[in-house]
Ligand binder design. Structure first.
Ligand SMILES: [Zn+2]
Length: 204
């Protein structure tokens, strides 16, 4: 899946991955609170930000304003792993989400680097991850970019029905949070978590 259904008002899903930087994730949490927007984070439990910031993030997770999905434990390219290793990656991260936040990431899975195929889909599907979440539009911040470039990407991609990917890794985004909130407001986009739209029931 990479888009959300066509509805009125128009829906928009921002999905933020990894969390390699504790200060950047910390700033994202402040942004979520200040903007009241709904957002999905795809967590790698290996990064300490998710543990360090647990007390601050947990209330938002509990209220449902923030959804946590499974992005594997340590961010491998899963098509290069054995079936056993893929299972370990997902289950270890799922245990982390349960032990740290008391939530279930399943059935929402985002493959690191967007790398998945029919073989990995069968393995992840057998574990109950029947929502392999890709994206339609990127903030372009998996690598280091300028705040101006990031804002240009947001201006291009923050549109109705889009699932946009970003990363809590590099500080560029933290300089343009007010502008991102303005874009969402001026375009009358209603932010949603993926669970808001797609729920938890197995797909038919
Ligand atoms: Zn990632």
């Amino acid at each position: 899946m990479d888009r959300i259904p066509d509805t009125a008002p128009p829906l928009f899903a921002l999905t933020i991955d990894d969390g390699t930087s504790t200060p950047v994730l910390d700033a994202y949490i402040d942004f979520v609170v200040a903007s009241a927007m709904r957002m999905t984070f795809f967590v790698n439990g290996v990064y300490e930000s998710w543990t360090v910031l647990r007390r601050k993030l947990a209330p938002l997770v509990e209220s449902g304003q923030v959804q946590l999905g499974n992005h594997t434990w340590s961010h491998p390219s899963i098509s290069k792993l054995s079936g056993r290793e893929i299972v370990d990656q997902l289950q270890r991260n799922e245990r982390f989400l349960r032990n740290t936040y008391g939530v279930v990431g399943r059935p929402y899975f985002r493959p690191p680097y967007g790398d998945h195929n029919s073989v990995t889909d069968r393995i992840t599907g057998d574990l109950g991850y029947d929502r392999t979440v890709m994206w339609y539009g990127s903030l372009g911040d998996a690598t280091v970019i300028t705040p101006a470039r990031l804002l240009a990407a947001a201006t291009q991609w923050f549109r109705p029905r889009h699932m946009v990917i970003g990363h809590a890794n590099h500080p560029a985004v933290t300089y343009v949070f007010p502008q991102l909130a303005d874009l969402i407001r001026h375009r009358h986009l209603q932010t949603v978590t993926l669970r808001d739209v797609f729920g938890d029931e197995p797909l038919a």
